[in-house]
Design a protein around this ligand. Structure first.
Ligand code: BES
Ligand code: ZN
Ligand code: ZN
Length: 468
């Protein structure tokens, strides 16, 4: 547990059992220099003696008669530096630490994200209470970082929860907790989903013992002028169905609801921060399983939008659930949609584990999301929505089939989604960055909460009234 407070005390004046001194390109910051002068150059001497260069994340702990100091390499990215510092501090036993805020917002966000742990199922918890005082920080910057981090934490938790615990019903229960923040939450059960005519979503769900849930969220603060609608993939587990995945690919498929988790996390943050726009959220939550009731290859499904789809691969299930959610969002009056999904392995082959693929049916909307992601520090890169590949989705018996061939798989998946929407759509394929197998500056292995920060920046961008 990490707690952040703003303070006006400088490194020299402040009283804390540990003070962090930033080192950038081998140099102390001006505040660090003042402190060093007070200590008769002790810090710089120690740096020289230890050959301390101050590279990103490099640290040197000094215990002196004047107190304890941690020299810490800043690097280029303040947010990442915060994450690394939080992880370094977690290994030291100081309950209270004073640190120069520099740019308080990204630093605070990095500190909070870097301190994230998922130890709910561990007998031994390593987490200690740590209070950080950020010298020179504006309290409002810390409040914003806390609001954003709360959403990212929640999205990570939901992804990290095992699939036997986080069933579609449990995901819906989690969504209902947002009512406490004033968000309207409606959960449709199997009967209601069927009555609506979401035949594609239902088909994916029908092989599971756990019934599906359709989650509809609405955050509508008074006086909102703008509106944003979010759709997230909500597969609480994807076995592949009869097009069964091999073990290695299936191992992380509890994370196949990461898009939905990002939608929930972003809505939570939006409400905590009181963002002044209306946000709709839609998650078709279900499990893709194998059983005597499961959908088959060759099945023809009727979607909510009316189009029929021939199933040629039961592992291309995400798009089937998503097109019904997209059609529903449009029925609810969505004017622009941002959709997030762990949709294809193809996107991971193209862009690797750290970069999400961005597809846009309208250039301006695509650029807005791209810019927002950059500001948020989340990596996305555009791929073309190449219409020439639409013919790969032609079916001899239905309006469409649910897969193309091996080539351009992320693109044909995006084209499939685009067939079901008329308003501007941005599709973020987050299959790579949603889940990580190795720890990084901003968090441990597992769910990353990818997308929450981008969505919040998009929302801020839509309501920002300050002239550029
Ligand atoms: N959930 C997977 C995509 C995925 C892959 C997410 C790797 C995270 C990491 C999706 O449902 C899927 O299985 N897609 C298939 C589509 C194919 C059958 C056209 C894929 O990418 O192999
Ligand atoms: Zn799949
Ligand atoms: Zn999937």
């Amino acid at each position: 547990m990490i707690t952040l407070h703003a303070t006006t005390a400088t490194l020299e004046e402040g009283k804390a059992p540990l003070k962090v001194v930033w080192v950038k390109q081998g140099e102390l910051t001006p505040q660090g220099q003042v402190l060093d002068a007070r200590l008769d150059g002790l810090l710089r001497q120690a740096m020289a003696q230890a050959g301390f260069k101050g590279e990103a994340g490099e640290s040197l702990l000094l215990a002196t008669s004047e107190g304890n100091f941690l020299l810490f390499g800043l690097g280029e990215d303040i947010r990442a530096a915060g994450g690394r510092l939080a992880q370094a501090l977690a290994k030291l036993a100081f309950p209270e630490v004073l640190v120069e805020a520099l740019e308080a917002y990204p630093l605070a966000e990095g500190l909070l994200l870097g301190a994230y742990r998922f130890d709910r199922y561990k007998g031994e918890k390593e987490d200690r209470a740590l209070t950080l005082y950020l010298s020179g920080a504006r309290p409002e910057d810390l409040e914003r970082a806390k609001g954003v981090a709360a959403g990212v934490y929640w999205a990570r938790d939901l992804v990290n929860e095992p699939p036997n615990v986080l069933t579609p019903e449990a995901l819906a229960e989690a969504a209902l907790s947002l009512r406490a923040l004033g968000i309207e939450v409606e959960v449709l059960d199997e009967e209601a989903i069927e009555a609506l005519g979401m035949g594609a979503f239902l088909a994916v769900a029908q092989g599971s013992h756990h019934p599906p849930r359709f989650i509809h969220l609405r955050y509508a603060p008074e006086g909102a002028q703008e509106r944003l609608d979010l759709v997230g993939k909500g597969l609480t587990f994807d076995s592949g169905g009869y097009s069964l995945k091999p073990t290695e690919s299936m191992a992380t498929m509890k994370g196949d609801m990461a898009g939905g988790a990002a939608v929930l996390g972003a809505l939570k943050s939006a409400a905590l921060l009181g963002l002044p726009l209306e946000i709709g959220g839609y998650i078709a939550a279900c499990e893709n399983m194998v059983s005597g009731r499961a959908y088959r290859l060759g099945d023809v499904l009727k979607t909510l939008a009316g189009k029929t789809v021939e199933v040629m691969n039961t592992d291309a299930e995400g798009r089937l659930t998503l097109v019904d959610a997209l059609a529903y969002a449009e029925r609810q009056g969505a004017r622009r949609i941002l959709e997030l999904s762990t949709l294809t392995g193809s996107a991971v082959v193209a862009l690797g584990e750290e970069v999400a693929a961005l597809f846009a049916t309208e250039e301006a909307w695509g650029k807005q999301v791209e810019e927002a992601a950059r500001r948020a520090g989340e990596k996305v890169w555009p791929l073309p929505l190449e219409r020439a590949y639409r013919e790969k989705l032609k079916s001899p018996v239905a309006d469409l089939k649910n897969v193309g061939d091996r080539n351009g798989g992320a693109i044909t998946a995006a084209l499939f989604l685009a067939e079901f929407v008329t308003v501007p759509l941005v599709h973020l394929d987050i299959a790579g960055p949603a889940f990580t197998k190795k720890a990084h500056a901003l968090g441990p292995e597992g769910g990353t909460g990818f997308g929450v920060r981008t969505v919040l920046e998009v929302a801020r961008g839509l309501t920002d009234t300050t002239p550029a």
